[in-house]
Design a protein around this ligand. Structure first.
Ligand SMILES: Cc1cc2nc3c(=O)[nH]c(=O)nc-3n(C[C@H](O)[C@H](O)[C@H](O)COP(=O)(O)OP(=O)(O)OC[C@H]3O[C@@H](n4cnc5c(N)ncnc54)[C@H](O)[C@@H]3O)c2cc1C
Length: 484
């Protein structure tokens, strides 16, 4: 390749993949040398700096992406600093005449990207941005009055009537590299891995990167997808895809997931299987809805969408918050969820709803506290989905569960973990408690607990609140809010 051909920079962000990556695809089609870049920028860190679990994932995902690019003759150039000066500097260093990227929709980044685009265009650089993250971009979807949707069902119905683009596979073989590679920082120097070995169990559960995403999708298509409609409710079973961190980091595209599910033929097997496929695609729809809401209501990361909830009389109870975080509330189903989160960086959606409801309603602690803890500990922490999830739990968001509907953590456990498998896995001190008492050990006769080797208050905590009275307290607080 002649030195005279100006290269194109592909700025990787939440699209750490080669497959179905429109910005990369366009760069490859240009025939020019391609320089893939990842920028660790301070703007990404504000005001929601990536949490510890996300950083663990990012470290491994960047290494894998670099490995995959090297198989094609390219590599990932890593730089840190404000994105505008890093990208501008790389344009100067390499003589690139084009910069391509896939769009992001977080409030702080939309403005930043627009500024970078303007500044580079003013220098005569060709800028192209693409949709690599979603099926339906937030600015392109409006209701009949031309306004953003605030209720999921009409939103998704509207989306399902629209065309979607098919995923694209990258060209085979080796790709055109620049004559000289710009300097790259070492990802190890970014200190993304935690200093304590809290993430020690993660590698047994997760394989960050495109290959891990592909394996998860295949495992899901191999069976669980056909029973997803029902199976998705039971945290102790392998009923869900666990694709969320891969989707968050863009190691697989929503387009690829959607088309693989539709092409798998799963829906043709039975009526139940068809409903399961619809239900799964509906969850992908919730991800779309989350981005739609965040884009149109950017304050919702910190403020309730329903304004009256800013006056909600939350309690400041550090001791209870600590017990919740550590999975020591005395409610086994809640504690199983919180411990699964701590140990694996992920928890099942049913458990997210139950632990969230417990924090916000039984403990009367503000949903923002829960959102911050999830943000730090989830490998799939996603500003759009986390915000939607917590506003839903708190009863204060778009299409949220009404605040007065309070999950009963014991009944939820009995219904969705009837044999206590989930609790036994994550709360092993209760492993020998019989099924009948596993979700409410304080109700068990003393002899039963003694036989199971459990002394409440010593081996496992007494419940930190009485659910019945806590529910009444939450409803009173809600009534005061409505009345005042
Ligand atoms: C309080 C709370 C906080 C949450 N925080 C996050 C978060 O930070 N990141 C995140 O990805 N999801 C979040 N969710 C949504 C949901 O719990 C997870 O996406 C899901 O559990 C991930 O597991 P999975 O990949 O096996 O999902 P599956 O059931 O296999 O669903 C497939 C995909 O659909 C999307 N999806 C499923 N349910 C939802 C939903 N309710 N909202 C938005 N997208 C959804 C995810 O991308 C998921 O990977 C949160 C939910 C709650 C109640």
């Amino acid at each position: 390749m002649s030195r005279k051909v100006a290269p194109v920079l592909v700025w990787f962000r939440l699209d750490l993949r080669l497959d179905d990556n429109p910005a990369l695809q366009r760069a490859l089609q240009s025939g020019k040398p391609v320089i893939p870049v990842y920028v660790r920028s301070p703007e990404d860190e504000k005001p929601w700096a990536a949490g510890a679990a996300s950083n663990w994932w990012l470290h491994h995902s960047l290494r894998r992406l670099d490995g995959r690019l090297r198989e094609r003759g390219l590599r990932l150039v890593r730089r840190s600093g404000p994105a505008e000066s890093v990208i501008g500097g790389l344009v100067d260093e390499t003589g690139a005449d084009s910069v391509y990227w896939n769009r992001r929709y977080e409030p702080a980044l939309v403005g930043r990207d627009a500024r970078i685009k303007k500044a580079l265009q003013a220098r005569g650089i060709d800028i192209k941005s693409h949709n690599g993250l979603l099926l339906f971009e937030p600015h392109a979807v409006k209701n009949k009055s031309g306004r953003p949707f605030q209720v999921f069902t009409p939103f998704w119905k509207h989306c399902c009537q629209r065309e979607t683009t098919a995923p694209v596979s990258p060209p085979r073989g080796r790709w055109t590299a620049p004559v000289e590679w710009p300097r790259s920082e070492n990802v190890d120097d970014w200190a993304l891995l935690p200093e304590i070995d809290w993430a020690a169990a993660f590698p047994a559960v997760w394989l960050p990167g495109e290959e891990g995403a592909r394996q998860r999708l295949e495992a899901f298509l191999d069976g669980p997808v056909r029973e997803y409609g029902n199976g998705r409710n039971f945290p102790g079973r392998e009923g869900v895809s666990r694709l969320s961190p891969h989707l968050h980091f863009g190691e697989i595209s929503a387009r690829r997931v959607r088309s693989a599910v539709l092409e798998s033929g799963a829906a043709e097997r039975s009526k139940a299987a068809r409903q399961s496929v619809d239900s799964f695609l509906g969850e992908i729809g919730w991800r779309e809805f989350a981005h739609h809401l965040l884009y149109h209501f950017p304050d919702t990361t910190d403020k309730p969408l329903k304004g009256e909830f800013t006056r909600f009389p939350w309690r400041n109870d550090r001791r209870a918050l600590r017990a919740w975080r550590k999975g020591r509330t005395g409610y086994p189903f809640v504690d199983a969820g919180m411990r699964q989160l701590w140990r694996t960086g992920w928890l099942h959606n049913r458990a997210r709803m139950v632990v969230g409801s417990f924090l916000v309603k039984d403990l009367l602690i503000a949903w923002q506290e829960g959102a911050r803890w999830f943000w730090d500990t989830l490998v799939d922490a996603d500003l759009a989905s986390n915000t939607l999830g917590w506003q839903w739990v708190g009863g204060c968001g778009a299409d949220a569960a009404p605040y007065f509907r309070v999950f009963n953590p014991v009944l939820q456990g009995r219904k969705f973990d009837p044999r206590g498998d989930y609790v036994r896995e994550w709360v092993p001190e209760l492993a020998k408690v019989p099924d009948k008492w596993i979700h409410g050990p304080w109700e068990a006769p003393a002899g039963v607990l003694a036989d199971a080797g459990v002394a409440l208050g010593k081996d496992y905590p007494h419940p930190i609140v009485d659910h019945k009275s806590a529910r009444q307290r939450a409803l009173r607080a809600y009534q005061r809010l409505k009345g005042g």
